[in-house]
Design a protein around this ligand. Structure first.
Ligand SMILES: [Zn+2]
Length: 445
């Protein structure tokens, strides 16, 4: 966008009048639309082109040379609040989201206190009101995420929970998960499962394999994930409940989900950008920013995840944005907490590593980042249809940028992609018709 051009979109943030994004290439996987055109907004919604006498008064946002995309929907992020504000707040997490083109974030309940009852969930929703992105809480499956006593799914659904999850903790007792799946059917909430058998993963720091052996680090075997995936899929099949396998990381996980889908099991799945791009081989320098859970797996696993994304077995890409403080990362590899930030890099990583090389079309990539996760969560957005919220972003496919710690909006800087040059820049993010992020012009101060 030209800083000296007719763009007065900042004023569109202050009023709810008519605005138009002109001359961009509109890509909307929900409708199959991919063409040059104008996109009209009014009152926070996308609208049809109004009558000629009205259009002259519209605020114009020039999108020449840019892609106009539905705002991304991230179904797995940790936003720190309440309890871990030194890592992230709802406000800083939303700013990070907006900078990455993410207009809707589902935040995990592993806060302190955990989001496991109506009042806590309402507190988060109130704190998140007016943030730079829409934030929808995911509520815990069990009280305090202890895996013992079910939360009140009805009360949580009523208060606005978009899913249930014990976030980072597997539900060890299958009878608890069975009951949770049965209850969640009544409220049509998906249960997001972190699939890990702790008795198989205990004490591990990276993927079990020859690289772990060489580095002298105890491994986390693939089977620690796969037995849990198999069990959870069987429980979903048995109960008819909806399950979502988050951060799938192994080839066998992809196969298990593929065959469950063929049998009609109500399962969806996501993979994180780092699992789609990085392998255990990249840990050779003991870089703690590459320590994540589940761990970075083998090249064959990465290829299977990519194939699963391409054929729709993996429905979505989710950031698993996990901010960590400097103290939590700058320590010995064995001591460092797992987790990586991802909201600000997710789109450019997918564009650079999957769309540009032709593994996914642009439409498939945006579907996985926006349309599909909106559908899984049952939230508005994920498309550019008139009547829906004006949640969108402008993306410069020819821009490049180097991931730099100093540029993060997140309070944490534990990105595994720092120093990488990525293709494609978010130039403007709009949430409900209001500008929530604008990329600084390269020559502006
Ligand atoms: Zn997570």
């Amino acid at each position: 966008m030209r800083p000296d051009g007719p763009d007065t979109s900042a004023s569109a943030t202050e009023r709810t009048g008519l605005a138009v994004v002109r001359n961009g290439r509109i890509v909307d996987p929900a409708s199959g639309r991919d063409e040059p055109g104008d996109l009209w907004m009014r009152g926070g919604k996308i609208v049809d082109r109004p009558a000629d006498d009205e259009t002259k008064a519209a605020t114009v946002i020039d999108a020449a040379g840019l892609l106009v995309l539905p705002g991304l929907v991230d179904l797995h992020a940790h936003l720190g609040e309440p309890g871990f504000e030194y890592r992230e707040t709802l406000e800083s997490g939303a700013l990070a989201a907006a900078a990455g083109g993410v207009t809707t974030v589902a935040c995990m309940p592993d806060t302190d206190p955990a989001i496991d009852d109506g009042p806590t969930l309402e507190y988060v929703r109130e704190r998140a009101a007016g943030a730079a992105a829409r934030i929808h809480p995911i509520a815990a499956v069990t009280a305090e995420r202890r895996g013992e006593r079910l939360t009140e799914a009805g009360e949580l659904a009523e208060a606005g929970a978009v899913a249930l999850s014990d976030a980072g903790r597997p539900i060890r007792n299958p009878a608890i998960l069975r009951r949770a799946l049965e209850y969640s059917r009544m409220f049509d909430l998906p249960i997001l499962v972190h699939c890990e058998d702790p008795s198989l993963s205990a004490g591990g720091h990276m993927h079990e394999g020859s690289h772990a052996t060489r580095l002298g680090l105890k491994g986390i075997p693939s089977i620690a994930e796969e037995t849990a995936v198999a069990r959870d899929l069987m429980l979903a099949e048995w109960t008819g409940g909806r399950i979502h396998v988050t951060h799938a990381s192994t080839a066998v996980t992809v196969d298990l989900i593929r065959s469950a889908k063929q049998r009609g099991v109500r399962v969806t799945a996501d993979a994180s950008p780092h699992h789609l791009v990085l392998t255990d081989e990249s840990l050779s320098a003991y870089d703690t920013h590459l320590k994540v859970n589940p761990p970075l797996r083998s090249k064959a696993d990465v290829e299977a995840l990519r194939a699963g994304l391409a054929d729709g077995t993996i429905d979505a890409v989710a950031s698993d944005h996990t901010p960590r403080s400097v103290d939590e990362k700058y320590t010995e590899f064995q001591e460092a907490l797992p987790g990586a930030t991802g909201l600000e890099t997710m789109l450019a990583v997918v564009f650079t590593e999957l769309v540009r090389p032709g593994l996914l079309t642009l439409g498939e990539g945006i579907r996985a980042l926006s349309t599909a996760p909106a559908g899984i969560l049952g939230v508005e957005g994920g498309n550019l249809a008139p009547g829906g919220p004006a949640d969108l972003l402008l993306f410069d496919p020819d821009g490049t940028w180097t991931v730099d710690r100093a540029s993060f909006r997140s309070r944490s800087v534990n990105s595994p992609f720092t120093g990488r040059t990525l293709e494609g820049c978010v130039t403007l993010t709009i949430v409900g018709g209001r500008v929530s992020y604008r990329r600084a012009e390269p020559d502006s101060p």
